[in-house]
Design a protein around this ligand. Sequence first.
Ligand code: PDD
Length: 276
Amino acid sequence: SKILFDGQIIDRDNLVDIEDRGYQFGDGVYEVIGVYEGRPFMMDEHLHRLKRSAGEIQLNLPFSLEEFRRQLNQLVKANHLDEGIIYLQVTRGAASRWHEFPGRGVRPKVTAYTRAEERMTQVEDQGGHAVLTEDIRWLRCDIKTLNLLPNVLAKQKAVENGAVEAILHRGDTVTEASASNVFIVKNGELFTHPANNYILNGITRQKVLEICRKINIPVHEQTYTVDELLAADEVFVTATKSDIIPILEVDGNQIGSGKPGATTGQILKQFRSLIH
Ligand code: PDD
């Protein structure tokens, strides 16, 4: 298949420089963009978040967002991608390994590829289980950086326990999940952690909040505790491509009726209508 490498669509090959700072330090940012029926979903929102993430680590993107959009659309076409994702990352480039930023002559490295992936409608409709684990990440989780080791360890714990996600908590406060945002429904109202430095402000999360405002589900961007999570009527997680997944059990505790909830279903239905 084809990849996007430094502005060019080329064959996938062994292209990583051993001293690329993404490879050595995780010094870079990324985005995962869903593709449905050949169309990237909310690409502009993802690109704006990429620009923000890059800015927060003082990395100048080497292309305008306009140019990124054009190149990524070209990549989707070159790979004849129908259903799947685009993975896009920008590292601070390759330079002799010193921790501080390299000199101005070193150009950030942009790479992107696509991966065909089936729609995840089955787990979205049926739901799954989650485990709880302490959020051991740094204090700038709002930046979508390549440093994902705590997320990797959390997700591994979920998978080893037959769960679809690991829900993270800092002390008593639920933050988000290993690769998704977490919502609870209590008495018909929705609660989710505010978009501050403790979570990634998910593009799917923002769309869910917009949908709720439109269909008059009260939303509170407000912290809630692990106990409140366990006592919720409904819990769901949101992320690119997996969209909205109802969580029926957390660490063996049944949530609500133990079946996907009505409010979650309503939101999922609205979300899907935007995709088609
Ligand atoms: N992850 N929180 C974290 C920690 C994430 O890694 C992600 C996405 C989200 C959801 O964001 P969005 O709705 O914009 O996809 C929340 C991507 C999909 C990944 O790393 O694969």
